[in-house]
Write a protein that binds this ligand. Sequence first.
Ligand code: PGA
Length: 250
Amino acid sequence: MTQRIFAANWKMHLGPQGTRAFMDTFLDMYAPLDDREVWFFPSAVALGTAVAAVQGTTGIVVGAQNVHWEAQGAFTGELSIPMAREAGATAALVGHSERRHVFGETDEETGSKVRALLDAGLTPMLCVGEKIEQREAGETLAVVERQLSVLGQYDRQALGRVVIAYEPVWAIGTGKTATPTDAAEVHAFIRQWLTKHGADRKTIRVLYGGSVKPVNIRSLMAEPEIDGVLVGGASLEPESWTAIAQTPLD
Ligand code: PGA
């Protein structure tokens, strides 16, 4: 079975000190499990701290929340992939809804980031998801398909290195979760799209994100279409994150 992924997106929280304190508590409670990996997306400035803290611990991946597609240059405020890699990151989020809808990131830009990450040997976690008005207009699958289209040019091997996170925008940070059945419909569509474009079914990983909490993790993970979760708010406290990341799978 493909390993599940339990991923923490810390957004603009936890600098180096907060990261160190979190990891001290978390690692005391952490027990690696064969069926999953635990991923962290800390702030750029805390990447090195997170990497140093988990060094020698199995089953943990550290990634950047955002990267620029150019390797260097006059891009004030941006993080390059070589810099993220130098800090020890092996993955990066791409196209998170806050990047798309707060910062106006376009599909073209997410596409350039995916390409640059694959070229550099890092794992892109491409986030897709519809806004509430798009869901109400019945456009969910069309929106997700458009966001996935940046992957249309890749072969089986490259597609096998991309992780997808389906995060309905209306469920992020709102306390509203898609029901496991609603999420499963979109996950099945994503899986089908990837397979149609050459991906090997066995390597596909589609995570769910949006108000994942200790109380709903079991029902979400019981849905066979859901290969893991991407968690914001509930990943900021070691106790609630451990409750999620160590959830037994039935
Ligand atoms: P949330 O955020 O868990 O706080 O809803 C999820 C995300 O934005 O990745």
